[in-house]
Design a binder for this molecule. Structure first.
Ligand code: FES
Ligand SMILES: [Fe+2]
Length: 302
């Protein structure tokens, strides 16, 4: 599994006072939110005698274990034992580095436990240009995150699998923070609309890419977040943001159309991903698109 920042929940799936477990990266994680709204992400078992923390509860700014009531603060340190004044030095539950951004709860995962780096997902998600998440879609797919990324650069399959033709032109832009974007210009025919359209895909993290679709003055912003459940299975979330500068009915229609059409295309890819193998040394032809670029970029995350 590649190292990076991954979405483990939408922020609104975790209410203040709530505790729950999720399964990602081949293990369980416990998600909790304190009464003041701080998110916590911990390992599942209490360091005292191993009870499962998902059955625990929030008391103020701490999570309390369901077995003997030890209370752990947001940094994971035990701050209170209801029946003892002295807290053992080692009384700490492992917490995961996490960050909330514009409605997404991200954690940093590295199978090799190297020191973490900054989250490269820009905070533009909360930009006033975009009017919140209007639609969400999700899938569980037997594949690898890299396959989902390669798809966006695999120019030949656009027509063959999705019937949307090849882009008129494609430009790559590299940013200083190590992220990059691919801008595809379509003359017509994208998403069933006979109009010129611009599709920009910003590759940020091994589990997050951002797509902006612009058709004239109308735009939709799409966050695709893929998180490994285990080595072979991925949880793909897709969130659609409408453009704030157009009236509600138009925004609504655009987002509906894009959610429908991109989901349709995504579901055309799923059976291919689920049955394909990954070839280290594929035989490519010159019009295949820049698959090598995505592979070079992805290599840094292993
Ligand atoms: S097992 Fe958690 S407090 Fe005892
Ligand atoms: Fe595709």
């Amino acid at each position: 599994m590649p190292a990076g920042w991954y979405c483990v929940a939408y922020s609104d799936e975790l209410a203040p006072g709530e505790v729950k477990s999720v399964r990602y990266f081949g293990r369980e994680l416990v998600l909790a939110r304190t009464e003041s709204g701080k998110a916590m992400v911990t390992d599942p078992h209490c360091p005292h005698l191993g009870a499962h923390m998902a059955a625990g509860k929030i008391i103020g700014e701490r999570i309390a274990c369901p077995f003997h009531g030890w209370e752990f603060g947001v940094e994971g340190r035990c701050e209170r034992i209801p029946y003892d004044e002295t807290i053992p030095r080692k009384a700490k539950i492992h917490t995961w580095l996490h960050e909330e951004r514009d409605g997404f709860l991200f954690v940093y995962f590295d199978p090799a436990n190297r020191s973490p780096r900054e989250n490269r997902v820009p905070s533009e998600l909360g930009d006033s240009k975009w009017r919140g998440i209007m639609r969400r879609r999700e899938w569980t797919i037997r594949t690898h995150p890299q396959e989902l990324f390669e798809n966006g650069l695999d120019a030949a399959h656009f027509e063959f699998v999705h019937g949307i033709g090849q882009p008129l032109s494609s430009d790559i832009h590299e940013f200083d923070d190590g992220t990059w974007s691919a801008h595809h210009r379509y003359e017509r025919g994208l998403f069933g609309l006979r109009m010129p359209a611009d599709l920009t895909i910003h590759y940020c993290e091994p589990g997050v890419h951002l797509t902006t679709v612009e058709i004239g003055r109308l735009a939709v912003f799409i966050v695709a977040a893929v998180t490994p459940i285990d080595e072979e299975t991925q949880h793909q979330r897709v969130a659609y943001f409408g453009s704030a500068n157009v009236p509600w009915p138009i925004r609504e229609a655009m987002v509906s159309l894009l959610a429908f059409e991109t989901s349709r295309q995504f579901e055309q890819d799923i059976p291919i991903w689920e049955s394909k193998v990954y070839l280290e040394n594929p035989v490519l032809c010159s019009n295949d698109g820049d698959i090598a670029r995505i592979r070079r970029w992805f290599a840094q995350f292993y």
